[in-house]
Design a protein around this ligand. Structure first.
Ligand code: AHM
Ligand code: MG
Length: 322
């Protein structure tokens, strides 16, 4: 096992970026501790408030957001932040090199059932051509990300991160308080027999997605000629982590009865960082029409359909959508 920081230096990553990542990770360690304490730390249950997406905020959503926000805004390396739980861009330090977006607590519906939850984060270079607090700071395609990662608060607290090289996995060593490198290079198998989708939305999908899932459900008797398995976590961090660990395909398509809401997942702090992690591990990530990392954002909290995971399986779905 290897310490996080020497590995990053060996990869030739800028010192400011390393310091910034350390700040995000410091906040994540505090969240990991609070999560592990559960009811004992008073973090379970809901608040009376809603976020800009109209979702009721859980206490842990609010707490995690505040922890990450406070730490990032005290960093000299952060020009602006954006969060699932913040309506607008929040200004950091003028002239700082980076902007950071995050979903402080992904999988909020799992909080009160002791299920998998996580923090997703992404770092971009700050733009000098727009003000620090402009939403245009974040109007950059995902391919501009200089770091993407998540911390999964599961039986172990795991950090999965890339700075443009391999997608690496680290385990939080609670005895020393550091993230130790435990998998230097995650690699997603090209083929899979495992899919991940919220089947309750079947009646709302476009026909090619219905056809694809029906094929998988037919098992050996269907067009695919083999048995598929299904897993749905209710937390993208958990589902994507499984795919990064053993392969699979994850889909969150658009619902046809909600034309103004193209899918559930947010481009900036959910789809883009996960797409970068998956691609750097050899997988694919698409919205059905184009590579997620090539999408030019039009709105801070924009939603996108997501099809991601094992290369051959994603390509199979994309062929059906043509
Ligand atoms: P959240 O960030 O508010 O928790 O919402 C995003 C989550 C994803 O993690 C997950 O894939 C999806 O919502 C699950 O949605 P559902 O099971 O309700 O369809
Ligand atoms: Mg989320």
């Amino acid at each position: 096992m290897q310490r996080l920081i020497p590995r990053l230096r060996a990869d030739g990553v800028e010192l400011e970026l390393i310091m910034l990542i350390r700040t995000v990770l410091a906040a994540s360690k505090e969240i990991a501790f609070r999560v592990s304490q559960g009811a004992l730390s008073g973090v379970l249950g809901s608040t009376l408030d809603e976020n800009i997406q109209g979702e009721t905020q859980k206490k842990l959503d609010v707490l995690s957001n505040q922890l990450i926000k406070d730490m990032l805004l005290s960093s000299p390396d952060v020009r602006a932040i954006a969060s699932e739980e913040e309506d607008d861009v929040v200004k950091g330090q003028e002239g700082a090199p980076y902007i950071v977006a995050f979903d402080p607590l992904d999988g909020s519906s799992n909080i009160d059932i002791n299920g998998q939850i996580g923090t997703i984060f992404t770092i971009y270079p700050a733009r000098d051509d727009v003000p620090a607090d402009s939403p245009l700071q974040f109007a950059q395609p995902g391919k501009n990300q200089v770091c993407a990662g998540y911390v999964l608060y599961g039986p172990s607290a795991l950090l999965v991160m890339t700075t443009g090289g391999p997608t690496r996995q680290y385990t939080l060593d609670r005895t020393h308080g550091g993230y130790l490198l435990t998998k230097p290079e995650l690699s997603i198998p090209e083929q899979t027999s495992e899919f991940s989708i919220n089947m309750a939305n079947f009646h709302r999908w476009q026909q090619p997605i219905k056809d694809y899932i029906s094929e998988l459900q037919m098992g050996k008797d269907g067009a695919r000629g083999r048995q598929f398995n299904m897993r749905w976590n209710g937390a993208m961090v958990g589902d994507v982590h499984r795919i990064l660990s053993r392969g699979g395909i994850f889909l969150y398509p658009a619902n046809q009865d909600q034309p103004t809401k193209p899918g559930k997942l947010r481009l900036l702090y959910e789809a883009n960082p996960m797409a970068m992690l998956v691609e750097q591990a050899g997988g694919l990530a698409s919205n059905g029409e184009q590579r997620i990392l090539d999408i030019q954002p039009s709105d801070l909290h924009q939603r996108v359909p997501v099809i991601t995971g094992s290369q051959e399986e994603v390509e199979y779905v994309l062929d059906k959508l043509k």
